[in-house]
Ligand binder design. Structure first.
Ligand code: ADP
Ligand code: MG
Length: 252
């Protein structure tokens, strides 16, 4: 995939909801953090894609988001940029949340990104590594079909932004290795694919059956190529006063 920069400004974007913030036209501070801007420049991203133009100020204004956009529209930056910006400028929590406690260390990520597959989780993690360069934020990825022990050792080194597939995250939650109590941002990437793969019970357990803060005490961003009824139900249950963004032609 990749972005066709000759045409992407023509992609129609429709934003609906109460008080939709004005889209940004450039990568600038504010609302983006200066260090993040340097990393965006290093990645040679010269201007935001349509989904990024809208999602950055929406998230920076503390709003929840349901975004429907096709593959290749730049959704990863759409959630990483505002989430990392806020994290960079806030700084690490005063309490060492990833502290050793008892006989086992527990990770307390402040941002959790759920993705359907190992490949997608790894892609998001790779982007997160690029954009957290020289920052205090540590990104970690966990997925199934790989050794859980080495993932647990990675978590022991600290975890601020966690990228995970639903099954492996539940496994690590059951092992007591991760707490979701400090989550400020929850991102569901490719939500329609996760539901197609049968992950709805796993996702609901993570969001509603563990120690994740409630819908009013976290910010939730959902991304999906389509907006069928099962995604609409997740949006109803996981989002509060959200802005609905549709980029390009969206199926249902
Ligand atoms: P999606 O998640 O919507 O499929 P991605 O976030 O994976 O899209 O982005 C698709 C490709 O475009 C990636 O290679 C990414 O690095 C690149 N990209 C994203 N945003 C920009 C931008 N603002 N400028 C240049 N390239 C970008
Ligand atoms: Mg993507």
């Amino acid at each position: 995939s990749g972005i066709n920069f000759d045409h992407y400004d023509d992609i129609p974007v429709d934003a609906s909801g109460e008080n939709v913030p004005e889209p940004i036209t450039e990568f600038t501070s504010p609302p983006l953090d200066e260090l993040l801007l340097e990393n965006i420049k290093l990645a040679r991203f010269t201007k935001p894609t349509p989904v990024q133009k809208y999602s950055v100020p929406i998230v920076a204004n503390g709003r929840d988001l349901m975004a429907c956009a096709q593959t290749g529209s730049g959704k990863t930056g759409g959630f990483l940029f505002p989430v990392l910006s806020e994290s960079f400028s806030t700084g690490p929590s005063e309490i060492p949340e990833n502290a050793r406690g008892g006989y086992m260390r527990k990770a307390f990520p402040t941002a959790v990104v759920l993705a359907p597959t190992r490949e997608l989780a790894t892609q998001i993690f790779d982007e997160a590594k690029k954009f957290t360069y020289r920052s205090w934020v540590r990104a970690t990825v966990v997925y199934g079909g790989a050794d859980v022990g080495s993932q647990m050792r990675e978590l022991d080194r600290g975890c601020d932004l966690l990228v995970a597939t639903p099954g492996r995250l539940n496994d690590l939650l059951e092992r007591g290795k991760i707490s979701l109590a400090k989550v400020k941002y929850l991102v569901l990437d490719e939500a329609d694919r996760m539901l197609d793969m049968g992950f709805e019970p796993q996702i609901r357990h993570i969001v509603e059956g563990c120690d994740m803060p409630g819908v009013e005490d976290r910010q939730t961003l959902m991304f999906s190529a389509t907006f069928p009824v099962d995604i609409q139900h997740l949006a109803r249950d996981f989002l509060s006063d959200y802005i609905f963004l549709s980029v390009g032609r969206v199926g249902s």
